[in-house]
Design a protein around this ligand. Sequence first.
Ligand code: ARG
Length: 257
Amino acid sequence: MCPPRFFAVTYSINPWMNPDDPVDRDLALRQWAALKATYESLGHRVEVVQADPALPDMVFAANGALVSGGRAVAARFRHPERAAESGLYAAALRRQGIQVYEPEFVNEGEGDFLHAGPGILAGHGFRSDVRSHSEIQELLGLPVVSLRLVDPRFYHLDTALGVLDHDTIAYFPDAFSPGSREVLRRLFPDAIIADFADADVLGLNLVSDGRNVVLPAKATGLADQLEARGFRPVGVELAELLKAGGGPKCCTLELRS
Ligand code: ARG
């Protein structure tokens, strides 16, 4: 994770970001610290990457890389405003002893690449180049399923789909093209289907350990559905970071061993 020490909305690269709408950085820092404390209370170890004053979106660590089996693929950002984050996250991962590959095509890390079942679900349409999907399949030797995103409010896969355990996901169907919706139906017939109200507070931008599911507190309908399926929803308030289009998962890069 990376603290929102220099968090701001000074440019707009997704429909949530309005540079005229002021953000309260101290509140963002408190909300971020509460998220970190939530992970720690659930038994996770959190490594903190230093924030950079020139990179107001660096708090969204999920985009920094994709980590799998003790190896990582560095991010390559679509927008120049975020480009320099990639090298900082790659350096932090190398300091952890993780081997980092430098990819050729645009990919925004765990924003668009989510481990699910035996492989990876990957989003394209707004940020990651579809060619990064086969590139990452080759680099990691994991099957990658391509999914096309069609609604600009759900510009990264992790805004429209959350992985709950090895074979359970939750998603908002309208964020996907008809073909990709059908792929998800075939692969995950028992998925939890989120409605617009929950998706619209980035309720699907969640982090699950297979039982505890950390998600935005406002996603109450989704929390009820999770409970009914035996998961334990843990609501967190990240309203300041939502002004940049981010939630709990966006703030979290999972160091999968
Ligand atoms: N403002 C950031 C951007 O548009 C938010 C990134 C959110 N991260 C995520 N994993 N969805 O790039």
